[in-house]
Design a protein around this ligand. Structure first.
Ligand SMILES: NC(=O)c1ccc[n+]([C@@H]2O[C@H](COP(=O)([O-])OP(=O)(O)OC[C@H]3O[C@@H](n4cnc5c(N)ncnc54)[C@H](OP(=O)(O)O)[C@@H]3O)[C@@H](O)[C@H]2O)c1
Length: 281
């Protein structure tokens, strides 16, 4: 398939390129400098030039705390960007994969299925939800894929932060009252490469299996790397940040299983592969 990809410099974008090329797709990958998704005319021009069968939008403004300050930027990239892509996809008869987030939920229930009520509690989540709604409003052939707690080889992420902190600290404080499913961008990319082979359009939750708190995840990282560091469990209130985070954002991958796909492997197995790649680079 001929695929137009946005966000090629991103953590997910990098892995998507590798995985999709490996599945014999033709990828035309873009970044902000050659396709700014906030600019409708640029998307029209690019899609006319490339004529893709599918657009995958992995571009976003993902700095959750930054979104609280740069609200306009967050709205433009996370809401207007996907709206523009959906408008052009609809006009050009191609489908759209749009990546969204667990942060569209408020975190007041233990886990969330695709149809559960959304109620974001920070600007990032609000703008990502607006992006989802615009996609649904402007296009039928869409995949909205909500994922969570991403880490990968090509970007800063929680695992790298923990490994770096352990170099200069004997004790690290980690939040122990937020629950989620850490997800390896390579596993998500493989899942995306599978779902685009179908025409089961709709909204999906896709994460690695299992769940934990950030504290549990840090414990697993140091267990698997045999690093001796003391972890101190703290509450979200103690570890205050500009944007509130949902307490529970475990995504039930119900629709993914319903269309016949196996659950993604456990986050612990995925972490093992990630660490072997990361530490041997
Ligand atoms: N990271 C997570 O934990 C997480 C969790 C749940 C969902 N998600 C979602 O997963 C997707 C991928 O996230 P990620 O962590 O891979 O993101 P990322 O590493 O921050 O990459 C996002 C990319 O978006 C590009 N971008 C920003 N503004 C743009 C614009 N106006 N036009 C075109 N491109 C623009 C940036 O490209 P340039 O370098 O060219 O500026 C950046 O490389 C996003 O939709 C995100 O919301 C992420």
């Amino acid at each position: 398939m001929k695929i137009l990809l946005t966000g090629r410099n991103g953590m997910l974008g990098n892995d998507l390129i590798e995985i999709l090329k490996g599945s014999n797709h033709e990828i035309i990958s873009t970044n902000t400098s050659n396709l700014d998704i906030t600019k409708l005319n640029e998307i029209h021009e690019k899609v006319d030039e490339v004529n893709p069968e599918i657009i995958i939008n992995s571009a976003a403004y993902t700095d959750v705390d930054g979104c609280e300050i740069k609200k306009n930027l967050a709205y433009n990239v996370n809401a207007i960007g996907p709206k523009n892509l959906a408008i052009v996809a609809n006009k050009s008869n191609c489908s759209l994969v749009h990546i969204s987030t667990d942060y569209v939920f408020d975190g007041n229930q233990k886990s969330y299925a695709e149809e559960d009520e959304t109620n974001p509690i920070n600007v990032y989540g609000k703008t990502k939800l607006e992006g989802e709604l615009f996609v649904k409003e402007n296009l039928n052939n869409y995949f909205i894929l909500r994922t969570a707690w991403l880490y990968g080889l090509h970007g800063s992420n929680f695992v790298k932060t923990m490994l770096n902190l352990s170099k200069n600290n004997n004790e690290i404080a980690v939040v122990n009252d937020q629950y989620g499913s850490p997800t390896f961008t390579r596993d998500l990319s493989i899942a995306i490469s599978k779902i685009i082979e179908t025409d089961n359009y709709g909204t999906y939750h896709i994460t690695n299996s299992g769940n934990c708190t950030w504290y549990d995840f840090a414990k697993e990282i140091f267990k698997q790397t045999n690093i001796d560091v003391t972890l101190k469990a703290v509450t979200s209130e103690e570890f205050s940040r500009p944007a509130p985070r949902p307490k529970y954002s475990i995504l039930n991958n119900k629709n993914w299983k319903k269309i016949g796909f196996k659950p993604l492997r456990s986050y612990k197995e995925a972490l093992k592969e990630y660490l072997s790649l990361e530490l041997n680079e």
